[in-house]
Design a protein. Structure first.
Length: 112
């Protein structure tokens, strides 16, 4: 589904960063929601980000890996907890696929 165009200035508001998953666990009471502790580098530090990927990934599969995250997304309550960002993924026929980044990229590096 093609989405409407956004202005370049709106796109520039997104702060997309390299983050390393330090911890991950299923959220109690949810079959699909995984809570991750993400190291987003010096400016953001360690943040909690939730992702509805539990039907496709085990929590331990993402620990130690680096992915791209929207670091400045407005916080959202999920299952009584606060998610402070969003994992960027590829949608393949309705299945979320996390795109791994090179392990040598520094945490917090800006994705542009």
């Amino acid at each position: 589904m093609k989405k409407p165009a956004v202005s370049f200035s709106d796109f520039q508001k997104l702060d997309i960063r390299v983050g390393e998953v330090k911890e991950a666990a299923f959220v109690e009471g949810s079959r699909n929601l995984i809570s991750m502790k993400i190291d987003l580098g010096e400016e953001y530090g360690l943040v909690e980000i939730m992702a509805g990927i539990g039907n496709y990934y085990q929590a331990d599969e993402v620990v130690g890996k680096k992915f791209a995250f929207v670091a400045n997304l407005e916080p959202k309550k999920m299952m009584g907890r606060e998610s402070n960002g969003m994992t960027l993924m590829v949608d393949i026929e309705g299945k979320p696929v996390i795109v791994p980044l090179d392990k040598d990229l520094p945490n917090g590096a800006i994705v542009c």
